[in-house]
Ligand binder design. Structure first.
Ligand code: HSE
Length: 370
């Protein structure tokens, strides 16, 4: 019998990317899909799949949700925090697949990234785990890029700097970045006669971004012609929560306890690319291995990772957010030994924050359950 799968939050940015992938992969033939809504209950379901509901159901209706075998939600934290406990308390024992971060670190939930932890996913299903949560995007993208090194237990520690896209802050954040561009552009057009001197341009742009009316509701400070070296909330130890996730989620995915965890720390930075996160790594290896061997280990790990030769031309053409956006590719380049010593490796990697960083692990989890 076909499983009943409820979809919540399919209209948002991650949800739309997820749906697009599911349509492309013809996933909707494999189960009965029930579309829920938090705001348009009773309206027509815009999708006309053979096994689907015609009218949108209420995403807050516990009785309706209880009928489902699987719920997949990209609705966000507020929804998860409100509905998940009620649903579990009601006795529902179906599978919950979530894009939001809240349930990730819970004991009875698994962070899903099957190219890394497929065995654990299958074991967890067999052992009755019912809650599966997508990892933080920077974590998932780092793990896919460095999967071979993790798998072969070659990493002693990692220090990172990230260059995270506006999409990580949500669709409002991207929209605001676009508004910031438009705002600057308008002022540039109004000041054409002053644009001959580059110092004049710089002065004009800086002044505009500091104007009170410059749109910064989401980014708080301008993101355009700027960067923001803080993502997510603050922890007492001086880390941002985004930085904290790198070590804690990675080690949870790798089933490593506090006593044998891989140390990972660094600085997370928001930059003004649109939907690809980039990361620079300084890795201390456990032993001295030559670069050819390292590249082989990395590229043999999964079919999405791509080694980019460490030269100017390839780095500029194939190792940029623009060259990756909208694809599942995980290029990793700038691979070289650092002058610090033969066990010190540097690398730079990129991934689409909405695909492998958010939607794709959820889609693949659903496939395991179906
Ligand atoms: N926390 C990420 C960011 C979003 O702000 O870029 C993806 O999990």
């Amino acid at each position: 019998m076909k499983k009943k799968v409820g979809l919540v939050g399919w209209r948002g940015m991650v949800g739309s990317v997820l749906l697009k992938r599911m349509i492309k992969k013809k996933d909707f033939n494999k189960f009965i899909s029930i579309f829920f809504s938090t705001s348009e209950v009773g309206k027509k379901n815009p999708f006309n799949f053979s096994y689907s509901n015609k009218i949108l159901k209420d995403a807050y209706n516990i009785e309706e949700l209880k009928e489902l075998d699987i719920i997949i939600t990209c609705q966000g934290s507020a929804y998860t925090n409100k509905i998940y406990p009620l649903l579990r308390f009601s006795g529902w024992s179906g599978y919950w697949i979530d894009a939001a971060s809240d349930l990730r670190m819970k004991k009875d939930s698994l962070i899903i990234l099957d190219p890394i932890n497929k065995k654990n996913i299958i074991n967890s299903i067999n052992n009755g785990i019912k809650t599966f949560v997508g990892g933080n995007c920077t974590v998932s993208l780092m793990m896919l890029a460095l999967g071979g090194l993790f798998k072969n237990n070659l990493i002693e520690w990692i220090s990172f700097s990230t260059y995270q896209a506006a999409s990580g802050g949500g669709s409002g954040y991207i929209l605001e970045l676009l508004k910031q561009m438009k705002y600057l552009n308008k002022s540039l057009l109004n000041n054409l006669k002053n644009l001959e001197s580059i110092l004049n341009v710089e002065k004009i742009l800086t002044k505009i971004t500091k104007n009170d009316s410059f749109p910064t509701n989401f980014s708080i400070v301008p993101l355009i012609i700027n960067l923001i070296p803080w993502i997510d909330s603050s922890l007492k130890n001086g880390q941002s929560k985004e930085e904290w996730k790198m070590e804690s989620e990675t080690n949870k995915i790798l089933c490593r306890s506090n006593t044998n965890k891989i140390l990972i720390d660094g600085t997370c930075v928001r930059v003004n690319s649109l939907r690809c996160h980039s990361q620079s790594f300084l890795i201390k290896l456990k032993k001295n291995i030559n670069l050819n061997e390292i590249e082989k280990i990395i590229s043999n790990h999964n079919k999405w990772v791509r080694i980019i030769p460490n030269n100017k031309e390839f780095s500029m053409k194939k190792l940029t957010p623009l060259s990756v956006t909208g694809t599942l590719n995980i290029p990793i380049g700038r691979i070289r030994k650092l002058s610090l010593g033969p066990k010190y490796l540097s690398a730079f990697s990129i991934g689409d924050q909405l695909l492998w960083g958010a939607a794709e692990p959820l889609r693949r989890m659903l496939k395991f359950l179906i």
